[in-house]
Design a protein around this ligand. Sequence first.
Ligand SMILES: [Cu+2]
Length: 295
Amino acid sequence: MVGKRVLGFLGVLSAVAGISLAGGARAQEIVGVPHEWQMSFPPSYTTVMDKVESLHNLLLVIITLISLFVLALLIYVVFRFHVSRNPAPSSVTHNTVLEIAWTIVPILILVVIAIPSFRLLYYSDKAADAAMTVKVTGHQWYWQYEYPDQGNFSIDSRILAEADRIKEKPQVPRLLAVDNEMVIPVNTTIRIIGTGADVMHGWTVPGFGIKKTVIPGRLNEGWINVEHEGYYFGQCSQICGENHTYMPIAVRVVSKAEFDKWVEQQKKAAGLIPRTIAPTNPPTGLASATVPANR
Ligand SMILES: [Cu+2]
């Protein structure tokens, strides 16, 4: 708890300090980054991560109680049944009540763990009502993001060379800066579907509570809904080859208006915005060259 409070304080501190990016259309607050001497989970930015944390806290209590119980039993046995205190050992080999107890009690503990565990698994598995989809493809060694319902453009996201990072995005920690970030709107449920182009990769952003192993020939699904605008980071979490370390994940969460603007820019860059086919005053002579549509 204390660790979490310290982390929360660090987060607020960095926000107050106004750590922001100089580049880009608008300065973006850097939120989801690791901190020095960080312990436990990173701060949570989605409801999925909130639930991951609370399941972890429940398990921590259960495992601590079990460990203390076993330790107490061991200490008791070592002292009580030492040869000096117990020179004639008992020859009892069975105790039915005890045997039933040590079978049933662990089953009950596992059931207590399984219920919230499955609930979380199904909660994070599929987006109930996603507003949009982003397809993530892991390549050796970069990420590709496709926006199928925003005009079906795609962007490649590659790590910035250290010299470029210092020049263009100096506030982003080393090895986490990319040329094109994944951009998503704030407070929107986004379905993430992922696949691997060559080998298995892991699309993992700890603060979002998402860790999707992306596998060639398969589509894996998850979802995110980020509550605050900002710049968030993750890393590939599946050993995927020589440059596994050098395919960071950078996500820019922006307002809906800003997202729409970004989509328009991307569509223009990809040549997806249709040109005017019939100008208002077509120059004479060209009209006969018009190719009939849908031939
Ligand atoms: Cu990878």
